[in-house]
Ligand binder design. Sequence first.
Ligand SMILES: *Cc1c(COP(=O)(O)O)cnc(C)c1O
Length: 444
Amino acid sequence: MRHYTRLSRKNYAIDLGLFPLGSCTMKHNPRLNEKMARLPGFADIHPLQPQNSVQGALALIELVAHWLMTLTGMNAVAMSPKAGAHGELCGMLAIRAALDARGEQRPVVLCPESAHGTNPATAAFCGFRVEPIPADARGRVDFSALKQRLRPDVAAIMLTNPNTCGLFEPDIVEIAEAVHAVGAYFYCDGANFNALVGKVRPGDLGVDAMHINLHKTFSTPHGGGGPGSGPVVLSEKLAPFAPLPFIHKLADGELQLVEHRDEDPKAAQSFGRMTAFHGQMGMFVRAAAYMLSHGADGLMQAAEDAVLNANYVLASLKDVMTAPFEGPCMHEALFDDRFLKDAGLTTLDFAKALIDEGYHPMTVYFPLVVHGAMLVEPTESESKASLDQFIMAMRGLALAARAGKTARFTSAPRFAPMKRLDETQAARQPVLSYRPPSQAQAAE
Ligand SMILES: *Cc1c(COP(=O)(O)O)cnc(C)c1O
């Protein structure tokens, strides 16, 4: 126990301080969620139990599905994908199945240059050829370049809104109409849905498929590659191709999992299965607890507070740091590295110095369209006092950088358990097993 507690104290945690990672949305994980997920009736069930013994669990999955469809204004939702990236795969497989059903070969998927790397990776994995769409000077999709490229060889566009620069795409309805006009589908990357919940329904914007990262928007913990959940909402056009299994309500009210194509006419065109079982029960319980404890008003308030907090950070820092785009942001504030140039410092130096100030660094070098990007997302649950403290630390660093005080950057982190690591070696030669120091020396 002491070993693990000691290890945990070397780490940074959302319960210790503000976690400004942009795009990742590091929300507070309410303890109520944890308490609900540990109720034995949820925690101890097994996916191979007879269905009549898990009716409550199926009803809870239906409840989360209902909230997701209502909040997005979409017709169907696939609950089994286990992460955002897995949801992208699900959505794109549904699009491919829909094209197959139309008897059409469309080899191209369009992705904006600012897209998260999982978007082109997913499209390529599904056998599509990825073509980039440039960004305009405002950090938005270049709509005229997109319109020119839209031809009948395009299967879909994958677009994030708000985009990865933390900006709303104002042309989104026109983009959806133009995409549909050439017979293509609109995949929306819903990783930033937390900025829109209760304000805008993606279904009203013309979206055909969108994943929702429950660990970003609905406060379930980030699992470190572990038990995630990325349900995918689908439009009327794509709903017939949704994956198996899905829940069907019988006339007597009993809930039944449809597992095979021949079991139900609604399953006839399903593209198949994403996972062995019906998703991540523990995550569904946590998301349901978050939805029910907030209510629709509370979820909208969370979205508004997330946007307000990000704009407070942006407005409080843009005189000493440099922001690449004009105007207010959505739920995350983006800076570039122009203010570090004169001192010869990099975004990485700045991020490492922030560790010495007691904070986890913000997202760095993403999105790629901005040089030396720093993406700060404070989330909605941070108080003004905690934002002010963070802003003070950031301002202090920015002013030190502008004053050419480089030593505290290049030697950072000085106060962390590990100092500046060799990032290349860490990626190429990861050390995956622990050896006591004496044995490790002997091995060398
Ligand atoms: C996080 C993220 C993803 C991938 O989601 P995972 O749940 O990490 O697989 C995709 N796109 C964007 C914009 C994201 O921020």
